[in-house]
Design a protein around this ligand. Structure first.
Ligand code: SF4
Length: 468
């Protein structure tokens, strides 16, 4: 089999590969251009090496080639590659710093290389590497991204702004969607759609699309498979941590939801990191995802329409204020005092309420943004009447908005006997806050018939009304 390799000789005499190719059909002329040599010269060279055996003319001769990426700078041992180097003809060796060779590769090496995972389209460094291999100019990346992010094209064969052979190389080696859809369920009122995805390593994660009556749309994304925080009212917390999602896996949830909504003639407006997982325990990937989401040359989401929700990982609150001052912050507070909060949220052992509020004061100082406090109303647990004035005192004078969330019993998440609070109690809490000048709303529960409401995301594959 034939492969195209781009290698760089180092001063110490070792060879360093940058990329090499394995499959895909290209004309000798195309390959000659990549090598920076003449078509006839290359044709003669290939025939002399027995790589081309036909008697066709160079123009009618095609080579089966392609590429895959090797970590930049990784030394390639003599597996048939270095020894070939010594026998290269002068016209290829004349390039001083970087050149390409053809070699015959063993079946074993090919099989190993062919299993190299695809590069995600969101992986800018990986995409640049592919263009380097291809001998394409860096501006091609802007063309590819315009087609993907702006024109919403996920099929590379439709990328008419780039050459045909590059389209086929992208199809073979670049992923525009790494997640596979296991089930899609829509609530009876059609307002909520829950998507169960499988990652390539077969972890299950969920996203929820919400279509509000006002016409707004919101996507709730997951940032981890499972969650280690073990909040007692949360179904995800029961799973423990399975893995941190990559930035690409987070973005692929968005790509899928955008497509679903586009087919309905809607546009995705808000993105909330309130699905499975604690975003601040996967901060590096969450922040790369936010950067790509809000990049003007990519999806160009308004930062103000992105909300990150945390159970209260104090050091990261300061970090997000510095890194993304425009992104909204929601805090899962759920109780105003340490005793109640510790009983339902283990994170409070590490970061008690006073520390949390100190960091939030700094957050407000740095961003001048209102903080959203989530407060789950569980009868007899978080809705005890003595907690209402404590909550009011905690938030009095602070730039705050409270969202009361009626508890979703799910399938006995907290064990038997726990119920949502009555409407009357929630109103009492709201009135107490109002007197302290703290605005609040009661979150309209969406999707509880498909277990897509807050705290219910836990891979329940067998819900009612599963759509194809
Ligand atoms: S509420 Fe959030 S932080 Fe707590 S266990 Fe559930 S997903 Fe994790």
């Amino acid at each position: 089999m034939t492969a195209l390799i781009t290698i760089t000789p180092r001063e110490d005499g070792q060879l360093w590969t940058t990329s090499l190719g394995t499959s895909g059909t290209y004309s000798v002329g195309d390959v000659a251009r990549v090598l920076g040599t003449g078509q006839n010269r290359l044709f003669k060279f290939l025939k002399a090496r027995g790589i081309l055996r036909s008697d066709r003319t160079p123009r009618r001769e095609y080579l089966r080639l392609g590429y895959f990426r090797i970590v930049r700078g990784e030394y390639q041992r003599a597996d048939g590659i270095v020894c070939e180097y010594a026998r290269l003809p002068k016209f290829i060796l004349q390039k001083e710093t970087s050149f390409a060779i053809f070699v015959l590769l063993s079946r074993e090496i090919m099989m190993h290389w062919n299993t190299t995972p695809k590069t995600s389209i969101h992986d800018e460094a990986g995409m640049r590497d592919i263009l380097v291999w291809a001998g394409e100019k860096p501006y091609r990346l802007a063309q590819i991204y315009a087609e993907f992010y702006k024109n919403n094209k996920t099929d590379f064969s439709e990328y008419t702004t780039i050459p045909l052979w590059l389209r086929s190389a992208l199809s073979e080696h670049v992923d525009t969607q790494s997640l596979s859809v296991e089930t899609i369920q829509t609530s009876d009122d059609d307002q909520t759609t829950k998507i169960l995805f499988a990652t390539t390593d077969d972890k299950k994660i969920e996203s929820v699309i919400m279509r509000h009556l006002s016409g707004r749309t919101t996507l709730c994304v997951s940032c981890q498979a499972g969650c280690p925080m073990a909040c007692v009212f949360c179904a995800t917390g029961k799973l423990g941590l399975e893995k941190n999602l990559s930035a690409w896996e987070i973005l692929d949830q968005v790509a899928f939801a955008k497509e679903v909504l586009r087919e309905e003639g809607r546009e995705l407006r808000n993105i909330v990191f309130m699905g499975m997982g604690e975003p601040f325990l996967n901060y590096a990937n969450v922040s790369s995802a936010i950067r790509i989401l809000t990049d003007q040359k990519k999806w160009d989401f308004s930062s103000r329409r992105v909300t990150v929700s945390t159970c209260g990982i104090v050091p990261k609150i300061r970090e997000i204020a510095r890194d993304f001052p425009q992104v909204s912050l929601a805090i899962s507070l759920h109780a105003p005092d340490d005793e109640t909060r510790r009983a339902i949220m283990p994170v409070n052992h590490t970061y008690p309420v006073a520390d949390l509020m100190d960091s939030l004061d700094e957050y407000v100082q740095m961003t001048n943004k209102r903080v959203f406090y989530e407060y789950i109303m569980i009868a007899g647990v978080t809705d005890r009447l003595e907690l209402a004035p404590m909550l009011a005192e905690l938030l009095r004078g602070r730039l705050a908005h409270v969202n009361f969330i009626p508890y979703n019993p799910g399938e006995g998440i907290m064990g038997r006997g726990h119920r949502p609070s009555s409407r009357l109690i929630i109103e009492k809490f709201q009135r107490t806050l109002e007197r302290a000048g703290v605005p609040s709303t009661v979150r309209h529960t969406m999707g509880d018939d498909i277990a897509a409401a807050c705290g219910q995301l836990a891979r329940k594959e067998t819900m009612s009304r599963t759509l194809a």
